[in-house]
Structures are given as C-alpha cells and as structure tokens.
Design a protein around this ligand. Structure first.
Ligand code: FCB
Length: 477
C-alpha cells in the first residue's frame, strides 16, 4: 500500500484515480498589460484609451485607474519567480501598445520594448513558455482621436505595430495572439460604452468589430512573413447561448445573440464570411458598406491555433410586448439590432461578477468550435472567477475559486476525451488586478495582491493548481 500522506513522485499519477491530461499539455496563467503593469507614465509610455477612460469621472468603480495596478512593471522578476514556484509551463501576457509605440504610429520606443525583452528572457530562463498577446484593449489615445476602431486606418496601424513587436521579440516568442476578445473591444467599447473608449453607437460597434478582425488578418500576414516558425492565433470570448424555453420565439432570440456574440467573429476568421442571418438582423443598424473586397480573405488568413476564453453561458428569451428588457451591463446596449432580447437568470450559483457558473458550457463551447469550425489545436486562453477573498493569518482560502477551476478543468478533460484537440489551459488570472470598469473591486487572481503593500499571497487555488500542473492531472474525486 502506498503511503497516502506522501505525494506521488513527479509525473507519476495514482493509477486509475486521476484524470490525466495529455503529455505536454500547456498549463498556464494569463494577465494583461493595463491590468497589472502600472508605471503608466514611465519609460516613454503614453496614454491609451483605458488611461483616458479610467481617469474620466464615473467610468470605473471608485474612479480606479491602472496607474499603479500591481506595479508589475517594477516587480516583474519577482512575479516571474512566483510563476516558476507555481510550476507554470506558460505565461500569457499582453504587450502595451502605447508603451512600445507611443502615440500608435512611427518608431518603436526602445525602453518599452526592452521591458518585454527582459520579461521574455526571465520567463525563458525559468523554463516558462512566453505567450504574447498583441492587443488586450489598450489602443493608443491618438488613434482613438483619429476615429478609433470604427476607422479603417486603425487596422493598418495595428499591423505596423505588430511588425515592430515581431522584429523585437519574434526570435524568442513562439506563441502569438493577435487580439484578445474583439467582441469586448467592439461591443463594450463602442456599443454599450461600458469599456473604453465609452462610445455608444451600434453601427460604430459593428464597424469596429470588422476593423479589429481586419487588423488581426494583416497582423497574421506580417507575422507569418517575418516569423515563419511562430504559432499564430486569435482569442475569442465565446458563450453557449441557450433559449430560456423551447418556444420558437426564444430559439430565435438565442440565434440572434449567438450571431452577435460568437458567429460575428468565428465565421469571418475561420470561414471567410459573415453569417447571412447576422447581416439580416443588423439591417436596421448597418448595410455592411464598410466591408471592402478582399477584406474577408485577409481576415481568414490561415492560423495555427484558436484561443477561447470561457466564463459563462447566456440564457435568453424573446421580447415580451410592453416590457422593458432588464438592463444588460450598461444601456443603451451591447447587442445592436437585438436590444429587445431578454437575458434570463436561472438562479444557479454565480460568481462575484454575477456570472452564472456553468462548467458544462466549456465542453459545449470547445466541442462546437471543433465540430463546426476547425481542426486546429484549441487553447483555453482564459477561464476563471471572481470571488470575495479574505486574508486570515496571511492565508487566503479561496475554496469557491478552487472549485470553479476544478469543475472547469474536469470539463476541459471531458472535451479532450470527446476528441477536441485542446492543447492548453490558462487560468485567469495569475494575480488579482484592475478588472476594467470594476477597478480593483473584483478579484480573479490565484495570487492575492495587497494593493497598499503590493505583497503577493498565493491563494489556496494557486497551491492546488501547482499540484495539478505537477501531476498533469486531477484527482478523480
Ligand atoms: C475577460 C478579459 C480579461 C478579464 C476577464 C475577467 O473578458 O479578457 O481581461 O477582464 O474577462
């Protein structure tokens, strides 16, 4: 009999009792530049739309900004050591555009690039695979002043910026994500206004979505030309969309939201076309006149992988005459042309974001992308949950977050068992950070951050995750 108090040797699983992941499964954690770096005015960095937005009264909870955040810019080596202690195989970070190309055009800022060079070298020195996201929402403010993502030219600027980063870091970074969650950039940034730059125009949101994808395609072409060995992908935030009942009207509401949330991006990127039902639904908003010949070919430039961020499910119902739909995130709407669809809560347990916890939805999402869209390797590039954390005797026992990770990893395992080529999983997030419009009031980290002292405390979920990585699997129960 084995001694149950002794952990199994590294790489050895308890026979028959564990859910083993495939060898080489890429276990990681993710962050984003504006959410953790701070040093907002140092090293030649200039303003992004998130600096402007967070410094505008009433835009973020408590007027919180990313000026200091986790001070990662100054504490990077210490943070990488922490990642190494957790045994991370990979770290997904984003490059701050206004740090490496202040103003969003022209020459690179050597000091800015140098920070990422040091970060990547530090990661490689600890045997951690760097995974670089080019755009996690921090558009340089001058580009917004010139029209932002609704303006076509921004796509070209993004490709130029990509070239600068490829030239500087392409020799040591293998995995590249062009955009993180273009749905949020387009529909929260230009539709509902809940995110920077805070504009509220449905047609602009649709245009922004198109130009984001155009920028993605141009960036893939630039990277492919200069770094042929790189693994290139995009990260989409996808949701299973379920009708609240089996009525035809609710099914139609689900079809409409699925088109806006998922197929708006999946179809152009992976099939080279916009869904016809989406175009019909948006007829009162836009005639798609902003789509030029050749755009969809550029947008669907072949990729090496697809990144999926998964958090929750949307359950929706048809409009009820005379009844206002519940306000969703922030009026007027992030669902142009489908403002009247009602989002239904089912009364199942939620996180501190009020997002319903739905682990089976991860299997559905992965399976759908694989079955309907692509044989490419898939990666969960974000998954996680906010809960209220309490520090007791210097420890954080985040049982809820741990359970969330555990249930979703079981789903990831089930998806692999069902034939989905899932190759890696990144927890959101490595550490607590600036949660956009929610400021520092929502904690997603596996590592607790005390924002006064900048002390980091690995939570119980972090220690648990380290053990999952070490075993390359989960205990059966
Ligand atoms: C995703 C974002 C990430 C973080 C998590 C909670 O939409 O990509 O930056 O805010 O949600």
């Amino acid at each position: 009999m084995s001694d149950p108090s002794r952990p199994p040797a590294v790489g050895v699983l308890d026979q028959g009792t564990d859910l083993a992941f495939p060898p080489g499964f890429l276990w990681g954690a993710a962050t984003a530049a504006y959410q953790i770096e701070g040093a907002a005015t140092e090293g030649g960095r200039t303003r992004s739309i998130w600096d402007t937005f967070s410094h505008t009264e009433g835009r973020t909870v408590g007027g919180h900004t990313g000026d200091v955040a986790c001070d990662h810019f100054h504490r990077m080596p210490e943070d990488v050591r922490l990642m190494a202690e957790l045994g991370l195989k990979s770290y997904r970070f984003s490059v701050s555009w206004p740090r490496v190309q202040p103003g969003g055009s022209g020459a690179a800022n050597a000091e800015g690039l140098d920070f990422y060079r040091r970060l990547v070298d530090e990661l490689l020195g600890h045997g951690i695979e760097p995974w670089l996201t080019l755009y996690h929402w921090d558009l340089p403010q001058p580009l917004e002043d010139a029209g932002g993502w609704p303006a076509r030219d921004t796509a070209g600027r993004f490709a130029d910026y990509t070239q600068l980063v490829a030239d500087a870091l392409g020799d040591r970074v293998r995995y590249w994500t062009t955009l993180n969650e273009p749905w949020c950039s387009a529909f929260l940034g230009y539709g509902s206004g809940a995110h920077a730059p805070g504009r509220t125009d449905g047609a602009d949101a649709v245009r922004a979505g198109h130009h984001l994808m155009l920028g993605h395609g141009l960036a893939v072409q630039a990277l492919r030309a200069s770094r042929p060995a790189a693994q290139l992908g995009i990260t989409l935030n996808l949701y299973p969309v379920t009708p609240a009942s089996d009525s035809a009207a609710d099914a139609n509401a689900a079809r409409r939201i699925d088109a806006l949330a998922n197929r708006f991006f999946l179809d152009p990127v992976l099939r080279g076309s916009y869904p016809t039902d989406l175009q019909a639904d948006l007829a009162s908003v836009t005639d798609f006149g902003h789509v030029r010949d050749g755009d969809l070919e550029t947008i669907s430039t072949p990729l090496d992988l697809v990144g999926i961020n998964y958090y929750s499910r949307h359950v929706v119902a048809a409009p009820v005459e005379g009844e206002q739909p519940e306000e969703y995130w922030r009026a007027p709407t992030c669902w142009p042309g489908s403002e009247d669809v009602r989002f239904v809560t089912r009364g199942v347990p939620v996180t501190d974001m009020d997002w319903e916890i739905d682990a089976p939805g991860l299997v559905e999402t992965l399976d759908r992308v694989h079955r309907e869209y692509t044989d490419l390797p898939l990666y969960v590039t974000e998954n996680g949950s906010a809960f209220v954390d309490v520090v007791v005797d210097g420890q954080v026992d985040d049982a809820d977050r741990l359970a969330y990770f555990d249930s979703h990893l079981r789903s990831a395992h089930a998806a692999i068992g069902a034939g989905v080529p899932l190759r890696g999983y990144f927890a959101w997030s490595l550490m607590d950070n600036f949660e956009w419009a929610w400021g520092y009031t929502k904690r997603f980290g596996m590592v607790y951050v005390d924002y006064d002292s900048q002390i980091r405390i690995p939570k119980a979920s972090a220690r648990w995750y380290a053990e999952v990585i070490r075993r390359n699997g989960l205990a059966a129960e």
